[in-house]
Design a protein around this ligand. Structure first.
Ligand code: ADP
Ligand code: MG
Length: 601
């Protein structure tokens, strides 16, 4: 039923606009907290009733608002943060559109009490469904408190879209936790229905804050990274590759302190982790990217959750390279911080400070058994980051001081082989279990790859070149890719007709049946990337295949010397935490874990 074209009344347009900014209670929490941070607050209190569906209060100790200007804050496009269009390219504040307060006030009742430091009294303003209904003097400490109630009452349809109080509350908490991660210097508390939900002390150490927010599971194994490129800097933490998750929930990206969802950064992270983790598994990554505001447009999304980079290629490279560098310093054999070849890693959470903070400030999640044996660090699982059991045993690196390495150069003694496949090594601080096939495969793959980059591969000429006849499809595939194969040490040529002649094979390969080796190669490498990620070029698949073929098999005997040699090679191989298929290579049980298993603590 099309009608006449007419201008909508302001009351209606503001509610429509509000729909974009204020989707649910969590959006209110986000906007109010961001305003508080923009006002320089160092202490934030968030009080939720009904999970944020009944009321939300955010109190800050920021600069406050001058009583004369306070009513303006509720007018659309009223902001103190920019004055000219060009300012958009230099703003560092969260806000600049002047939309949040009027939007919230158009769908709820908002009571604001605010006082600047310079004035003895402040002002209290009540706005309801967009109308200022009360302005009066108010006392109180400097800062601003905003109390939002009757949420979505003027727009009953939106109320219907709300989920359960629990779900809304956990969305609110997610917002708070994301902000908390990016602002360790700000003290943040949350109470819900009278109970303490979160109490994060201010800290200078981002590691301490992220340990508190992401919990001990993350804290135990994350490694700090940092890198700068062309005026932007990246800092943060990533998980060791053997600690993967089934979802991307613990991949959190921040640009200039603002949480964003960004596919470019996601891809850069996944590319750096490629060949280190299995398909459809994800690392944990907490990344803070800081760059000149002019390099990134944050004005492309109503809630500013998505951004556009001026130079996406450079951002990708920067993120990718920084993570790759950090990953290349991991050694699965040496505990964190003791990389034998690379520079020392800083084990960010091994500090007493962090442990102390964990002990003091972790608030137990609901329903958790608070009388767990031995006390220790209580597990706190905020909804955002609920830890899942990820099927891998503990890899937590234990940091011990004054270690002396034995004759083999390794602080481990070989115990023996279990189940024909797993090599056991004992150490003064735990137990190491190595999957012999996966380990060897990883070592060969990395060697092949290094060799490809530096010098020609070590291949061995066959005493008698072998002529094999092959089906046409396989034949064509091998001949078409002869150059790539040669780079990897497989030298073959056409022998006319349906035959090829094989002249050399990689030195580590013992191909007894060359024909079936070639058939397998053509079949497995020629196939489309089974991981479905489409980022595995042919050459790489070739190396994976050769490494797999050359590696010692499962259920194959290993001598003590071979076992120790394998472990030594692993210790020298920075990527060796996982095999080229992404499965773990080494599982490490630290003393603490062993003690836990035997209930000694
Ligand atoms: P924006 O943040 O985009 O400027 P808002 O509608 O969120 O727009 O806020 C409007 C103005 O109100 C801000 O520019 C700021 O001057 C003031 N303001 C809002 N919240 C606070 C606060 N907690 N402390 C101090 N000033 C605030
Ligand atoms: Mg704002």
């Amino acid at each position: 039923m099309p009608g006449k074209i007419q201008l909508l009344p302001e009351e209606l347009t503001s509610r429509i606009a509000a729909g974009e900014v204020v989707e649910r209670p969590a959006s209110i929490v986000k906007e109010l907290m961001e305003n508080a941070l923009d006002a320089g607050a160092t202490d934030l209190l968030v009080v939720l009733e009904g999970g944020g569906t009944v009321s939300i209060r955010v109190a800050d100790n920021g600069i406050g608002i001058d009583p004369d200007e306070a009513p303006l804050a509720f007018q659309r496009y009223a902001t103190s943060k920019i004055t000219r269009f060009e300012d958009l390219w230099s703003v560092r504040s969260f806000g600049f559109r002047g939309e949040a307060l009027p939007s919230i006030a158009s769908i709820a009742r908002v009571e604001m009490t605010t006082r600047t430091r310079s004035l003895p009294v402040g002002v209290r303003i009540v706005v309801q469904a967009g109308e200022v209904v009360e302005v009066s003097e108010a006392g109180g400490a400097p800062g601003t408190t905003i109390f939002v109630s009757r949420i979505f009452e003027p727009v009953p349809v939106r109320k219907k879209f709300l989920r359960s109080e629990t779900a809304e509350q956990s969305a609110c908490l997610d917002v708070v936790l994301r902000i908390a991660l990016a602002h360790p210097r700000v003290r943040i508390r949350v109470t819900a229905s009278g109970r303490d939900l979160l109490n994060l002390p201010a800290t200078e150490d981002p590691a301490e804050r992220s340990a508190l927010v992401l919990g001990p599971d993350f804290a135990e194994q994350a490694v700090a990274l940092s890198g700068t490129a062309g005026g932007s800097s990246l800092t943060g933490f990533i998980s060791r590759p053997e600690r993967t998750r089934s979802s991307t929930k613990q991949m959190l990206f921040f640009i200039n302190g603002r949480y964003v969802r960004d596919t470019l950064i996601h891809r850069a992270v996944m590319t750096a982790f490629r060949r280190r983790i299995e398909a459809r598994r994800y690392p944990s990554a907490l990344l803070f990217l800081d760059m000149a505001p002019a390099e990134v447009d944050v004005n492309v999304h109503p809630a500013k959750m998505e951004v556009r980079f001026r130079k996406p290629g450079e951002v990708f490279q920067h993120v990718h390279d920084t993570i790759e560098r950090a990953l290349s310093r991991f050694s699965p054999v040496f505990p964190a911080g003791e990389s034998p070849s690379g520079e020392a890693l800083r084990p960010p959470y091994a500090t007493g400070r962090v442990e102390e903070a964990l002990r003091r400030y972790m608030i137990r999640s609901e329903g958790e058994d608070s009388r767990r044996e031995g006390g220790g660090v209580p597990r706190y699982a905020p909804p955002l980051l609920r830890t899942e059991s990820d099927g891998t045993a503990g890899f937590a690196p234990a940091v011990t001081e004054g270690r002396s390495y034995g004759a083999s150069g390794l602080p481990y003694a070989y115990i023996g082989q279990a189940a024909g496949t797993y090599l056991l090594f004992g150490a003064s601080d735990g137990l190491l279990i190595v999957d012999q096939h996966a380990a060897h495969e990883r070592i060969l793959y990395d060697r092949l790859q290094r060799r490809e980059q530096d010098r020609p591969p070590e291949s061995q000429r066959l005493l008698i070149p072998e002529v094999v006849a092959l089906p046409r499809k396989e034949l064509r595939f091998l001949l078409e890719n002869a150059a790539t194969l040669e780079d990897a040490g497989v030298l073959l040529e056409s022998f006319g007709g349906d035959a090829i002649v094989v002249k050399a094979l990689p030195a580590f390969l013992e191909a007894r049946d060359i024909r079936s080796f070639l058939l397998d190669l053509a079949e497995e490498v020629g196939r489309d990337d089974p991981s479905g990620r489409g980022i595995s070029p042919l050459r790489d698949r070739m190396l994976v295949f050769l490494a797999c073929r050359g590696a010692v098999k499962a259920r194959q005997d290993m001598s003590r010397e071979e076992a120790l040699a394998l472990l030594t090679a692993l210790g020298d191989d920075p990527q060796a935490a996982t095999c080229p298929h992404g499965r773990p290579v080494v599982v490490r049980f630290g003393t603490a874990e062993l003690e836990k298993m035997f209930r000694r603590r």
